[in-house]
Design a protein around this ligand. Structure first.
Ligand SMILES: Cc1cc2nc3c(=O)[nH]c(=O)nc-3n(C[C@H](O)[C@H](O)[C@H](O)COP(=O)(O)O)c2cc1C
Length: 354
């Protein structure tokens, strides 16, 4: 194996290898303040010690009313910067780069009157329906300002960059997906407009070295739409694209027969072929060998190892030392969302280590 161990430069940020720990919410903020708790800092210290090249901190909310859960980390006011800076300093002390993912849940959030680009009925996992309220132009501007102010706070806290959360059904993704965004104005006609304006303003308010990327849906609703979005974002100055699933309830995923990997890795490969900026691939990458294979065959620049690092926070250190890295067992409902200590993959890994 060669490529996963090679360093990588994103703008002026030195990344020590090709492994990125993607954003994963840990529910470690103080309830309702969004302020970082000690547990959060220790969580990121442990992961940084496991030698990934880059960590993208979990979805961190830009507006208290856009939260996904009440203990979600926040970046909506200046009082939150101090705690965030502690995460940054802790991760940097381990030689690891760190970005933060900026998030607004839109219709998927806990707010009882959630915002959405258009009126939209969202079916919750428990069968209840949540109706998203179509945003006025003033609301669009307000939320864009929240993203921009959050980007400036991230810059002040010392992050190497940010990732706009533009997939997994959240607000930016809702704008991108034309089955969800049925507006008649320019924000509907040009689904990328909402994100592009945020990108432009954050660029203007931070330094040229500050990295601004996006996690983008690979099928939004089709791969063709995703590629168009990626190309436009590149023209708008985005620095990298991290490809994951888009608005899953409204997507048309596609993979050719006999392709070596899953559909979303195919989407990352096709997006990489269409742009000149770094692209990250994610989802279900379970071993260093598989990570290497994807890097070589698809020519993406980085691969995301998410649950692998939760099962074994030393994942990359163990890969370097050619030890067992452990395996996510892909439980039907991931335990990490509710009972992280009961993650079966982690239990098996720790038992085998003894
Ligand atoms: C507990 C948990 C929390 C997650 N939180 C986020 C998040 O905050 N933002 C995001 O973009 N993806 C989130 N994800 C998705 C992961 O970033 C990643 O894309 C997914 O787990 C697939 O990668 P993996 O197979 O390597 O785990 C989360 C996944 C899990 C399991």
């Amino acid at each position: 194996m060669e490529k996963i161990f090679t360093p990588f430069k994103l703008k002026n940020i030195e990344i020590r290898n090709r492994i990125c720990v993607p954003p994963m919410v840990t529910r470690f903020s103080e309830p309702d303040t969004g302020i970082v708790e000690l547990g959060t800092i220790e969580h990121y210290r442990k992961i940084a010690k496991g030698l990934p090249g880059l960590i993208i901190q979990e979805a961190t909310c830009v507006n208290i009313n856009g939260r996904l859960m009440d203990r979600q980390l926040g970046i909506w006011n200046d009082a939150q910067i101090k705690g965030l800076k502690k995460i940054v300093d802790t991760v940097h002390a381990e030689g690891c780069a760190i970005f933060v993912q900026l998030h607004h849940a839109g219709v998927v959030g806990i707010n009882e009157q959630p915002l959405c680009p258009s009126k939209y009925s969202y079916a919750l996992p428990d069968g209840n329906i949540r109706i998203g309220k179509e945003m006025t132009l003033a609301e669009i501007q307000e939320i864009q300002t929240d993203f921009v102010e959050a980007g400036v706070r991230a810059f002040k806290a010392g992050y190497d960059g940010i990732e706009l959360h533009g997939c997994h059904e959240y607000l930016i993704c809702q704008f991108f997906n034309k089955k969800v965004n049925t507006r008649n104005d320019d924000y509907g006609k040009y689904p990328e407009k909402f994100a592009m304006e945020i990108l432009k303003s954050i660029c203007e308010r931070t330094s040229p070295d500050f990295v601004i990327g996006i996690r983008l849906g690979g099928f939004e609703p089709t791969l063709k739409d995703a590629i168009q979005n990626a190309v436009k974002l590149e023209q708008g100055g985005i620095d990298f694209i991290d490809v994951s699933y888009g608005f899953s309830k409204e997507q048309e995923a596609f993979v050719p027969a006999n392709y070596s990997f899953i559909d979303i890795i195919y989407a990352a490969e096709m997006i990489k072929k269409s742009v000149h900026i770094p692209v990250f691939a994610a989802n279900g990458i379970i071993s260093p060998e598989m990570a290497e294979d994807i890097l070589i065959k698809t020519e993406v620049d980085m691969v995301d190892i998410g649950r692998g690092f939760i099962v074994n926070s030393n994942w990359m250190k163990d890969a370097i030392e050619k030890k067992d890295t452990g395996k996510c067992l892909h439980c039907k409902m991931c335990k990490l969302f509710v009972e992280p200590d009961k993650c079966p993959g982690k239990i098996v890994f720790e038992k085998n280590k003894k």
